[in-house]
Design a protein around this ligand. Sequence first.
Ligand code: PMM
Length: 265
Amino acid sequence: MKGFPELGRARVMGIVNVTPDSFSDAHLHDAVAHGRRLLDEGADLVDVGGESTRPGAARVSCQEELDRVLPVVRALAGHGALISVDTTRARVAAAAVEAGAVMVNDVSGGLADHEMLPLVATLDVPYVAMHWRGPSADMQTRAVYGDVVADVCTELSSRRDAATAAGVRDVVLDPGLGFAKTAEHNWALLRSLASLRDLGRPVLVGASRKAFLGTLLDGRPAADRDAATAAVTVLAAEAGVWGVRVHDVASSADAVRVVAEMRRP
Ligand code: PMM
């Protein structure tokens, strides 16, 4: 995959959400410092996003998203980090790649902005297509499946095919845990990572601190879900995923190394 050397193990993508619930607008340098800390802790790449995708979240303007993301991408790329930009907007993706990002992470898999796939083809950077059924504001109303694993695989393969047809070379597929999915749907998808891998593309998994882990652990708050997240990292790495997207990098960086050592022939 362009720009990503083979590591012989799952990659750890550290999360930098440049949103008011993570960092206030006045503290952009905190977001940069956070990204640098994640790299020190062993992140292989850092995912920078400026729009919250939590269930029920409202959208921010394109300009606001650009203002949040670009300075952080520029600063972290200046430190030599591999950066992905977490956006559904082609304009933000283009500006972020110009600022030094080397991957586009689109939670809508190209559905939110019809200019996204042709743009990524032109930029020629790897592209994460996540399973998505509509905007965060009311996505949980779309958590209706016949067979969640079969339906997500079918819908993701159509996004893979659309990206490939548009000329995108490197497509990574992500089941989109928590996006139009109940806790039971998320667990079913995690149990079936082999089916996702059968779609023939690298797989990325984002379980970090998500609500379904809190539900399992008797309502544990997000900040106390990192051990459960690391457990998912072990299982996902064992299932051969390309990467995991996590908040707490240190625990998952250790976990992927343990799994790689255990899998060594
Ligand atoms: N989850 C969130 C945001 N971006 N991107 C990908 N590829 N996969 C995900 O699962 C994903 C994502 C929402 O989680 P956060 O609010 O904790 O960052």
